[in-house]
Design a protein around this ligand. Structure first.
Ligand code: G6Q
Length: 536
């Protein structure tokens, strides 16, 4: 497939010209009834309301041209079919297929990437059997008691997505089941988690695609030691999810072992066994399959070529409008849902590790902006914290609101004629209006300039299927943007240097011989830094 540079796409010039005079949301014809009705899309149980973006039909038409000229849907189809999309032509790179979509392409017989979907099915089958054995007590602790808790030990992609999804779906837990997560090499992370569970009833799920990650291997050792200290046999408690052939691919060392494959990137792996084992334990096998079903529905819907009917593509193109043409450097993801408390953290990784790149897929320096900074916190909490800057700061921050019409637990109260859920959603809608339209005032301190773009993603209820859809919408949005910017969204070379330097510092700290240390301290920047930091 021939890739084109972003600045060579003819629609870029059209969009640059249109950006000189974007739609004025603060004016008398800014956010009209007609506009609210027109600028919306519906698919997969979600409504996407984007009247609050600084676009009108000319801009949308040009964004459509841009999507077509860059062949975004074709690239997405190529990705799903197993093309090697994780590569930089002419340079050493991971050189891999990108097939997280295959993990959920299991619901029909005509699959995009048959081999990968078969492998996903095999792992799912193993998982189903394992969970059944845990349910019946065939797999139990030394006393024959059933397991109630699973601790996932993993970091980055082996933590953030599964953790965010677990937190989002807690009301759907199988009664009596819980999950915890240990990611940080900070010993206080594990100390707190291990101190809060009954280890004798706990399964430890060590997740590392590479099987070489310092934090995870260290924490595995720490947890095994804690089991032994508690008089428990790690062989009855510790399982693994890893890549085939990795140093952790040693089934004899684990109670059960599951695989993830090299064509699934860490940050896209929540729907592989990386998420599947813990989410299956907590939600039940069918609960995890519901997540996969939701994600698969979006993977199919995202093939629509019309940006007005393809929510992930539309989100991607509006993001490009804000980033490349209106020049906004960050995006806030504000979920009006406490359940999505870690979803922004997951997106931070998924988006910034994917699209925080400066070279094209042919290894040249990009001459245009790529991924923005992604951040966010749940509403309404954020309203009492950082929204001041969103409304009146000098930096304009496009907002992606996410909300649900009904709550998860169904335990609500009516106060002054409205439920808490109504208050929650009303606040989200009000914030979107305030940011878009602003408000004049004689007092400059009370003036709101408006024209702060935002869109709203709204569904009825956050359940496993909805969560799968939401996850896939964002994964696909991110991939579309990377395709458009002609960058490799699937590698992460930028995290290597820090790792190498940390290894150097640790090697120095591990030196026993004080003479060696003294000599080194005088010679290298690393050693001097360790010394003045008081660590040697
Ligand atoms: C994700 C990244 C990174 C990775 C972690 C953990 O896309 O590659 O966050 O997931 O570094 O890696 P392992 O799963 O190999 O331990």
């Amino acid at each position: 497939m021939e890739y084109q540079d972003f600045n060579q796409l003819p629609a870029v010039a059209t969009l640059s010209a249109l950006a000189a005079d974007p739609h004025d949301l603060s004016g008398p014809h800014g956010l009209t009834v007609e506009r609210l009705q027109k600028y919306r899309a519906s698919a997969n149980g979600f409504d996407f309301l984007y009247a609050g973006q600084r676009v009108e039909h000319k801009v949308l038409d040009a964004l459509q041209e841009l999507a077509d000229q860059a062949g975004l849907v074709d690239q997405f189809l190529a990705m799903k079919s197993g093309a090697v999309m994780n590569a930089i032509k002419g340079y050493e790179s991971e050189n891999r297929q990108v097939l997280h979509t295959a993990c959920r392409d299991i619901f029909t017989t005509s699959r995009y990437a048959e081999k990968a979907s078969k492998e996903a099915e095999q792992e799912l089958f193993k998982l189903k059997q394992f969970l059944e054995a845990v349910r019946t007590g065939e797999i139990a602790n030394a006393k024959g008691e059933k397991f109630t808790t699973m601790i996932q030990v993993g970091i980055g992609g082996s933590d953030l997505g599964p953790r965010a999804v677990y937190l989002a779906l807690k009301p759907y837990r199988v009664p009596g089941r819980d999950a915890e997560f240990i990611a940080n090499v900070d010993p206080d992370d594990s100390a707190e988690i291990l101190g809060g569970v009954d280890l004798s009833r706990t399964l430890i799920n060590v997740v590392s695609k590479s099987g070489t990650t310092l934090e995870t291997l260290t924490n595995e050792k720490l947890v095994r030691q804690a089991l032994r200290t508690a008089g428990l046999d790690p062989a009855l408690h510790v399982l693994s999810v890893t890549g085939k052939g990795s140093p952790m691919d040693d089934p004899d060392n684990y109670l059960a072992s599951f695989y993830m494959y090299d064509y699934v990137g860490g940050r896209y792996s929540a729907t592989s066994m990386v998420g599947g084992v813990t989410l299956g334990f907590v939600l039940g096998y069918e609960g995890f399959v519901d997540i996969l079903r939701g994600a698969n529905e979006v993977d199919i819907a995202a093939e629509q070529r019309d940006i007005r009917n393809n929510i992930p593509l539309l989100m991607a193109m509006l993001g490009i409008w804000n980033r490349n043409f209106l020049g906004y450097p960050t995006v806030a993801v504000l979920a009006y849902s406490q359940a999505l408390v870690r979803f922004a953290a997951h997106l931070q990784q998924c988006d910034m590790e994917s699209n925080g790149k400066s070279v094209t897929r042919t290894g040249t320096d990009v001459q245009w902006k790529t991924g923005p900074v992604i951040w966010g916190e749940p509403g309404t909490n954020g309203q009492h914290a950082f929204y001041q800057l969103l409304h009146q700061g000098t930096e304009i921050v496009p907002v992606e609101f996410i909300g649900f019409r009904t709550c998860q637990y169904g335990k609500d109260i009516t106060v002054a004629g409205t439920t808490s859920q109504q208050k929650l959603v009303a606040n989200m809608l009000a914030q979107s209006l305030a940011m878009a339209t602003g408000r004049g005032n004689e007092n400059p301190a009370k003036r709101f300039s408006g024209n702060r773009p935002g869109s709203i993603l709204l569904a009825d209820r956050l359940n496993p299927e909805t969560m799968g859809r939401l996850l896939a919408m964002y994964e696909t949005k991110i991939a579309f943007q990377g395709f458009c910017w002609n960058i490799n969204s699937f590698d992460q070379e930028g995290v290597q240097l820090g790792k190498v330097l940390a290894e150097k510092l640790l090697a120095q700290m591990a030196l026993q011989d004080s003479d060696d240390k003294a000599n080194n301290e005088e010679k290298t920047v690393e050693c001097t830094l360790l010394k003045i930091a008081g660590m040697v």
